[in-house]
Design a protein. Structure first.
Length: 132
């Protein structure tokens, strides 16, 4: 039981870290490409807020998707790929302009799609022996 809790905490920590990094990278690129105007807040405050959202989303989604879908996937791929997909989904939801609900659902959809892709990529083939 302690091993399961330890692995879950490790996956949550990796997901939180990957979520923060992914969120800051996507936000920095978006700020550079899309928003060439002055903000009513500083870019530093914006990146800190975005990284906190990434920590929350990654810290929650990483263990959930890992235990549900990704038992045979390396932890680094499960954490990083689902976090980047969630971040891109969140960014797409923000661009669509539907508010926090659309952005959150888009983040969840991105993470789940990445998890399903990883599950398919790392599935174990049926290795039954055929008798001749």
């Amino acid at each position: 039981m302690l091993r399961i809790i330890g692995v879950t905490l490790l996956v949550s920590l990796l997901g939180a870290l990957a979520g923060a990094v992914a969120a800051v990278l996507v936000a920095a690129v978006a700020m550079e490409l899309l928003f060439k105007r002055d903000f009513f807040f500083s870019p530093r405050e914006f990146l800190v807020a975005v990284s906190m959202i990434g920590v929350a989303v990654g810290g929650f989604l990483a263990p959930a998707t890992t235990w549900l879908f990704l038992r045979r996937v390396p932890l680094w791929r499960a954490s990083i790929e689902t976090s980047f997909a969630a971040t891109l989904g969140f960014a797409a939801g923000v661009v669509l302009g539907g508010g926090p609900a659309v952005a959150g659902c888009s983040a969840l959809a991105g993470a789940l799609l990445a998890a399903l892709r990883l599950k398919r990529a790392f599935r174990v083939k049926d290795q039954t022996l055929e008798t001749a």
